[in-house]
Design a binder for this molecule. Sequence first.
Ligand SMILES: *Cc1c(COP(=O)(O)O)cnc(C)c1O
Length: 363
Amino acid sequence: MNKNYRVFNFSAGPSMLPLEVIEDVARELPNYKGSGQSVMEMSHRSEVFDKIIKEAEADLRSLLNIPDNYKVLFIQGGATVQFSMVALNFMGGSHKADYIITGSWAKKAYKEAQKYGDVRVVASSEDDKFSYIPKVKKEDFREDADYVYICYNNTIYGTHFPYIPETGDIPLVADMSSCILSEEIDVTKFAAIFAGAQKNIGPAGVTIAIIREDMLGKAHPMTPVYLDYKTHADKDSLYNTPPCFAIYVAGKVFKNLLDKGGIGAIEKKNKEKANKLYGAIDESKLFSCPVKGENRSLMNVVMVTGREDLDKKFVKAAEEEGLVNLKGHRSIGGLRASIYNAMPEEGVDKLIEFMKKFEDENK
Ligand SMILES: *Cc1c(COP(=O)(O)O)cnc(C)c1O
């Protein structure tokens, strides 16, 4: 295989990174900015690394317009550890939390939280295979709930909240693992946001948590020191060794986004890519998408041919064309094209072209 050949990777995560970032990292790998060492080898207490982590934070703050009364934390353990951290840190008042269940990730978070308090399902779309986002009103939440939890973009089912739930004074917590940095968000509507890196931020290994300061310092007394947000907040994410290399690459992705015009610019591109692909699916007689209208995700496009054997054949044939990882999640089957920020428009065009060809050949 040609050494410079790169596939269009439609994986839900880990997923594509901007080629410029990868090339930049490759260039700097043996000798980062004259330090004579790679970031992989560098002390996390060194001045050089301090600059890397501070710049990454500053760039993320600027991209997402994060207000000063929010902490930005770089944590390990993936989004999955956040399911426990959210419950351990935020259920210190009434010990009640209200969850909206819109897919497997929300359900996992809910199950984890059940270990620590009185956790209730406010609404769920499981009745229709999580193909939509339920509507909720402020009155649906328990007034004394410690927080309300949502998964803003559902990676497996290809849905996205078309609205931000109105929770009044109840803190709203959101898993944004698969949509962070893809669209403008108003951070002030949330008390806490978290996202694993490997979808839209960088390599796996770092998870970003954006926490409003008043949410800190209320963790359950049994909370392991590493799982207390305050531990990380008090030490600027350097309580122990952070995932240095992942933070460094994430920082490069942030700069790359800023160079390209910020979140507004990438959101516009993402909408163009997603609209094209959904348009092709809606026009097709072979492919269909179970998610309708405003519930559709810009990042994860789920589709089926309606025949399992054809789905399989499609995945295999696409792979031969350099369009890889189009298989749906193992829990639901079908097909899924994850088109995160780093997926070039050309990749989406190639996919659409291939879908048309496949449809013609499989009438
Ligand atoms: C991928 C994903 C997770 C799990 O992430 P890990 O880093 O593997 O723990 C959780 N929530 C959402 C929305 C995801 O897309």
